[in-house]
Design a protein around this ligand. Structure first.
Ligand SMILES: [Zn+2]
Length: 133
């Protein structure tokens, strides 16, 4: 019954335990924090009205506001020149949707005048966009 310590100079069990303890604690804290943050986000998102993007056919200024029946009035000029914004992924630009009196089809099939590709209602809203309401 002689234990020879020189055959096992390393003690992997003990070193693993000591190095894992802080990591486990950190992971548990992260899970708790994530659960708290996501809980708050779902509460506030449920009360928000969806906002859409408008582009002025005259000035090309970009506006955001709730979905309204057209024509939408440009609060800066007072003219009803705002159209739903269509975003071209290639230009990285918002363009006004066509006048429904001129283009009778789905605005989502209206192609970018530069790339000839259909555009989308979804895109990044510029920081300097005006708020309608
Ligand atoms: Zn384009």
């Amino acid at each position: 019954m002689i234990v020879n310590n020189f055959d096992h100079p390393q003690k992997p069990d003990k070193s693993l335990q000591t190095s894992n303890a802080p990591l486990l604690l950190a992971v548990m804290m992260m899970i708790t924090a994530t659960a708290m943050v996501s809980g708050c986000q779902t509460d506030s998102a449920a009360q928000e009205e969806p906002r859409v993007t408008y582009v002025c056919r005259e000035t090309n200024q970009i506006f955001t506001g709730t979905l309204q029946p057209s024509p939408v009035i440009n609060p800066v000029t007072g003219k009803s020149t705002l159209a739903r914004g269509l975003y071209c992924e290639k230009c990285k630009k918002w363009r006004p949707a066509p006048d429904p009196a001129v283009f009778h089809r789905n605005p989502l099939s209206w192609p970018c005048p530069q790339h000839r590709e259909a555009m989308s209602y979804d895109g990044p809203i510029p920081a300097d966009a005006h708020q309608i309401d």
